[in-house]
Design a protein. Structure first.
Ligand code: MN
Length: 257
């Protein structure tokens, strides 16, 4: 105690701030990188940002009470660490999040970028796509709608912890680009969502064009490309099974949060 008192009143050796020499400062702590396995390799895809497109299938736009004409796409983001990696062939436990009483699934194709830029034309956009995965844009629908009605940001409905389950990323070099193909979601074996990627209002290339006009895209960015119609709620114990033709199934079980 006496020592501490003494140091408190001791004259500082120098009035200059004791900043570290340039290049020698160390981080206080390490923030874990968000990594998604690349299928068929020992490689990992490091996630930089997660972009999501809203109302990108006409029938889903209608069920959300929006005009399904080809209005410009709009985007929102989820935090990088909202990712929940779901291994192929496994049913991953997914905790029911806090604050909601109406927790919804949205099955989506995810495009993973290996490079980026600004103002990328649609004709060049797919050159930036490393690969694709099955994803879920999980949504606290009651919070999203409540905030929307009050004209407040509905981030709380979308950008929560583990709100972005994703399967392994499959390189486009092997799968080709996904412009059509069946996409579906079942709950406890009952099919709820069923459509085709060709029904997207804005395809992946067009989404990248529009996104890159608003943000500089970079390697590590993910784009959740929108969900078809018939989104709906899940409760504890439900098992969600997502399918996109050409990719392995993604499955989660809703467990106590
Ligand atoms: Mn969505």
């Amino acid at each position: 105690m006496a020592k501490a008192k003494q140091s408190k009143t001791a004259k500082p050796k120098s009035s200059k701030p004791t900043a570290a020499k340039p290049g020698t400062a160390k981080p206080l702590f390490t923030v874990p990188a968000t990594l998604v396995p690349v299928a068929g390799s020992g490689e990992l895809f490091q996630v930089r940002r997660i972009y999501c497109v809203g109302r990108n299938y006409a029938a889903h736009a209608r069920e959300m009470g929006a005009d399904p004409t080809r209005e410009p796409p709009f985007f929102f983001q989820k935090p990088t660490d909202a990712i929940q990696v779901v291994p192929a062939g496994k049913i991953a436990d997914h905790p029911y999040p806090s604050l909601t009483k109406n927790y919804h699934y949205e099955v989506e194709l995810v495009a993973a970028l290996k490079s980026g830029g600004k103002n990328i034309p649609a004709a060049k956009a797919l050159d930036h796509v490393f690969g694709y995965a099955v994803g879920l844009d999980m949504t606290r629908r009651d919070l999203q709608k409540g905030m929307g009605e009050e004209k407040k940001p509905w981030e709380i409905g979308k950008a929560f912890d583990r709100g972005a389950p994703i399967g392994p990323i499959h390189p486009a070099a092997k799968t080709g680009h996904f412009v059509k193909g069946a996409i579906s979601l079942a709950v406890n074996g009952v099919v709820k969502q069923q459509s085709d990627l060709a029904h997207m209002t804005w395809n992946v290339a067009e989404q990248i064009e529009k996104l890159s006009a608003a943000f500089e895209l970079k390697a590590g960015d993910l784009v959740y490309t929108g969900t078809p119609e018939n989104v709906g709620p899940v409760v504890l114990g439900d098992v969600i099974l997502c399918k996109i033709a050409g990719l392995p199934d993604l499955s989660i079980r809703i467990v106590q949060g």
